[in-house]
Design a protein around this ligand. Structure first.
Ligand code: BES
Ligand code: MG
Ligand code: ZN
Length: 486
């Protein structure tokens, strides 16, 4: 629980206190606390008994001088070096390390780089993210009392705290979906989860089933689904935040619930990670939830093509030719390049439904991981102005994106098939770029950003803002972008 606390009496406060200390400046409230502690705080700081290096968290024990049993002194380093990003990480670290209920003295973290309102949002967002725990299927669950976080400052910040909580919770929901294994989250389960949210919020939802896909000619997703006993789903939810449904942003997410590679089978080692191949869908849905919960004045289409990529006597084989919803034919030279096949139909469908702009997200290529690693999302666009706006949003959420090139010659490489319009995986060409170029064939002139999150959707180790596993990457950035547009 995270809650605003307007009145605070330092001497009589029952919860533990969390105080930020810069090495070079002191806030009024610290002076108050110091007085109550008979100057022990300032003297130990002066004698350098207390570290104020960024990230140091030192508990001190007032032993009855004030009622709090513990005061956490959080080093913030030099105020001129403090950034929003460091601030997020520090709140994450605090949330992970404190025990029992705490009151955070928010003003002590203020270094004038951001407003107190923004600081409040960052604080509640970071706490929500850092305290996320993956739901497991262990039969014996450890029951731990959740910590209550009270945030004190003199300004009314309830609304900012709530915004941060919404951002954090939506990101956590994306994390949880990614963490679910392939047998617990099928396309049907994903459709049910999304439909439930849509119904609860009285939004128009449409689940395109296999028969209708056949009528609509969605040969891309149908092709990928052929090897599966699980029915495919094309999930669409509409959110209208302005009087007219215009200037519509489509969020198209790859919802591949498990990627074996198909007949171009993946190696055994690490295959279990392919339960996360619906990370794009999870993040698109997360961002969509924020827009809905904050009632942003924007118009959205959430479009999620979903299936798994399996093997059977009926599965697609290398060399098979599929006709996508757009009418374009594809030679499947590699059955493991399946994400682009389902996204192709998702993108075409989004355009049919009136998308004026498209953001797609997908755990699309191993090549982007080789290029950018696990902390930077690869971004591609056909519209520099759109991308510049999006970059601004990423800068403010501290999610890293890096623009990758996409030249006309890359489109040419895709059109090298002897038998179809496109080749889904040209050999000897740059993998992440080929995947993006493939999608662009379906996007055409609609302003578009493609986010390849193969490296960033799933953290290999715990970090300040969460555990290992699903990250919900780009949820916050997309939501921030939408807020900028509103
Ligand atoms: N889902 C994978 C991409 C992936 C790799 C996601 C690593 C997360 C971590 C995708 O469907 C895939 O298999 N891509 C192939 C494409 C290739 C066959 C052209 C790849 O990147 O190897
Ligand atoms: Mg694959
Ligand atoms: Zn895949």
């Amino acid at each position: 629980m995270i809650q605003f606390k307007s009145n605070l009496n330092i001497k009589n406060e029952q919860t533990n206190l969390v105080v930020g200390v810069f090495s070079d400046l002191s806030h009024e409230i610290i002076n108050q606390l110091d007085k109550s502690l008979n100057k022990r705080l300032s003297s130990s700081l002066k004698e350098r008994l207390m570290p104020t290096k960024l990230g140091d968290i030192t508990p001190i024990y007032p032993l009855g001088q004030i009622e709090s049993k513990k005061v956490y002194i959080v080093g913030l380093g030099q105020s001129s070096q403090f950034t929003v990003e460091k601030c997020r990480q520090t709140f994450g670290k605090i949330a992970k390390s404190v025990k029992d209920d705490v009151t955070i003295l928010l003003e002590t973290f203020d270094c004038k780089e951001v407003s107190i309102n923004e600081l409040a949002m960052i604080c509640s967002e970071a706490i929500t993210l850092a305290t996320y725990k993956m739901k497991t299927y262990k039969t014996e669950q450890k029951s731990t009392e959740p910590t209550n976080f009270f945030i004190h400052c003199d300004t009314e910040i309830t609304e900012d705290l709530n915004r941060g909580i919404v951002y954090g919770e939506a990101t956590n929901s994306a994390r949880q979906l990614l963490n679910e294994p392939g047998n617990k989250l099928t396309a049907t389960d994903l459709a049910n989860t999304i439909a439930k949210f849509a119904n609860e919020n009285e939004l128009e939802v449409r689940i395109v089933e296999k028969d209708e896909m056949e009528q609509l000619g969605m040969g891309g997703i149908l092709g990928v689904n052929r090897g599966s006993v699980e029915p495919p789903k094309m999930i669409v939810v509409k959110y209208q935040g302005t009087p007219r449904f215009e200037n519509v942003t489509a969020l198209v997410g790859k919802g591949l619930t498990f990627d074996t590679g198909g007949y171009c089978l993946k190696p055994r080692a690490g295959m279990e990670a392919m339960k996360g191949d619906m990370g794009g869908a999870a993040s698109a849905f997360g961002a969509f939830q924020i827009a809905v919960r904050l009632k942003l004045p924007v118009n959205l289409l959430l479009v999620i093509p979903s299936t798994d990529n399996m093997i059977s006597g009926d599965a697609i084989k290398p060399g098979d030719i599929l006709t996508t919803m757009s009418g374009k034919t594809v030679e499947v030279t590699n059955t493991d390049a399946e994400g682009r096949l389902i996204l192709a139909d998702g993108i075409t469908f989004a355009k049919h439904l009136g998308a004026s702009k498209i953001i797609d997200l997908a755990t699309l290529t191993g090549a982007i991981v080789a290029a950018l690693g696990s902390e930077t999302t690869g971004a591609f666009t056909n519209n520099d102005a759109f991308f510049a706006e999006f970059q601004k949003a990423a800068d403010s959420t501290n999610e890293y994106i890096w623009q990758m090139p996409l030249f006309p010659r890359d489109q040419k490489s895709l059109r090298n098939s002897d038998v179809a319009d496109l080749n889904n995986a040209p050999v000897g060409k740059p993998g992440a770029i080929m995947a993006a170029a493939f999608l662009k064939e379906f996007v055409e002139d609609t302003p578009w950003i493609h986010l390849d999150i193969a490296g960033t959707a799933d953290a290999k180790a715990a970090h300040d803002l969460g555990p290992k596993g699903g990250t919900g990457v780009m949820v916050r950035t997309i939501a921030r972008y939408l807020e900028q547009q509103a």
